[in-house]
Design a protein. Structure first.
Length: 277
């Protein structure tokens, strides 16, 4: 299996992909949109996309790309983000003056940065920071990145698990052009993801959600984002707890359809065991 991810080798997306599919061939892409485009062009390719983080919230622009390309979701994975301070072999932590990483990683490791009085340098991504340290003879600069990045770029980990909040979780989606839905089984938990656009009428969203309440169906995610052509029209990314073939979910979606301009199913997949459903 070939799985595309955004970022340099050693990115957290690559680490998450290998956690789920250890034997997969992971391929780096420059942007998230590159991942989507390549999957559209080749149905044999899959992509791993981060969609939200427990601390930083949703990942910018992903919902627009999901709506634009309509890739199908076939799995989800909740990855615990563990940040590590790394430098060139032999460098002592006491000699460091600077630390380089993505802005979110910097903000999530403030205690260590303050304890060692390091000056942050904001970079494009975590793995790219590790690569930069590896390629330059810097004795006073370190990077914050994954254990995989340290291994790839032959850096020494000076401190492990340096994140301020140990409950730092990123939810990833595995996506592809053509994915078959898993068979419906009552004893298993599923998620059905969709994007819908509400009609421009009073209480439209309230009416959209009424069918879920009536049929006793839960939603684990409901997120709005504007139609890029107008701030007056909004779309909603929705995760439904249940399988599309479950009669209760079917009835809920039928009622949802009465109150929407468009409704796109983005995938039906097994709920991660991380969820306590």
């Amino acid at each position: 299996m070939k799985i595309l991810y955004q970022g340099n080798k050693g990115a957290y997306s690559q680490l998450a992909a290998l956690e789920v599919f250890p034997k997969s061939d992971t391929i780096s892409c420059k942007t998230f949109e590159d991942c989507f485009k390549k999957c559209i062009d080749d149905e044999n390719l899959k992509a791993i996309i981060p969609i939200e983080n427990s601390i930083a919230g949703r990942v910018a622009d992903i919902q627009y790309l999901m709506n634009k390309y309509k890739l199908q979701i076939y799995a989800e994975h909740f990855h615990k983000v563990s940040h590590n301070l790394m430098a060139r072999q032999g460098v002592l932590i006491e000699n460091l003056k600077y630390v380089r990483s993505h802005s979110q990683a910097i903000s999530q490791c403030q205690k260590l940065i303050n304890d060692y009085k390091l000056e942050p340098i904001i970079a494009a991504d975590t793995a790219g920071s590790a690569k930069y340290i590896s390629e330059n003879s810097l004795e006073d600069e370190a990077a914050i990145a994954s254990t995989l990045a340290a291994k790839i770029y032959n850096l020494e980990i000076l401190k492990s698990n340096i994140e301020d909040d140990k409950k730092n979780i990123t939810r990833f989606l595995f996506m592809g052009k053509k994915i078959e839905h898993p068979e419906f089984k009552k004893e298993e938990n599923f998620i059905t993801s969709c994007i819908f656009k509400v009609k421009d009428k009073p209480a439209a969203l309230y009416k959209c959600l009424g069918g879920f309440a009536t049929n006793d169906v839960s939603l684990s995610k409901l997120e709005s984002f504007s139609d890029q052509s107008s701030f007056e029209q909004y779309l909603f990314l929705c995760d439904i707890v249940g399988h599309i073939e479950d009669p209760k979910v079917q009835k809920s979606l039928e009622e949802l359809g009465f109150h929407t301009i468009s409704l796109e199913i983005l995938g039906v997949y097994n709920a991660s065991k991380f969820r306590k459903l």
